[in-house]
Write a protein that binds this ligand. Sequence first.
Ligand code: ZN
Length: 210
Amino acid sequence: MRIETLVVPPLDNNVYLVVDEASHQAAVIDTGLGARDLLAKAESLGVKIIAILNTHGHADHTADDAPLKAATGAKLAIFEVDAYRLARNAKESKWFLPAPPPAVTADLLLKEGTTVPIGGVVLETLHTPGHTEGSCCFYDEANGVLFSGDTLFAGSCGRTDTLGASPAKMKASLRRLAELPPDTKVLPGHGPATTIGKETWIADLAYPVV
Ligand SMILES: [Zn+2]
């Protein structure tokens, strides 16, 4: 497996191209305003993007879902309870986007445990609510990699004071992630990569806390 990390607008979003080198298939984790860059990277590697996976429905992460889906024919996936945000984003102006993203519909509504195969790479959906109700992480157990979206960053977590967010659920989700193997590589939606083992604070959270 090969992972390409691209930092793209509108908010220095990390978007990832996950490549299965044997099959030349790839998945994209979040799009931001990165469709053009992702397409160029996929072309340079000679791989076909077959799936677009959203870690959650915030517009800075989903902005280019529609153009990337149109350009590739890839299946678009988002956790089921965040799917309404794709339609909502198309109707809302955001200070960080020049225009609302085009409306787009998910092809696959993810649930806890849904697995998405990309050739020989298997990405498992872990429901990690807190930042939004349908935030999820994508876990490649075989390769020890977690795409953590805005749930877990290096040294912090995503905000929990906006629509659909919950500090209590965030704590429970972080405690869940703390159970993963310490050497699991964490690739977040913003900022640098880390590992579960480096983020010792997530195991120390008091629970339940409301
Ligand atoms: Zn977010």
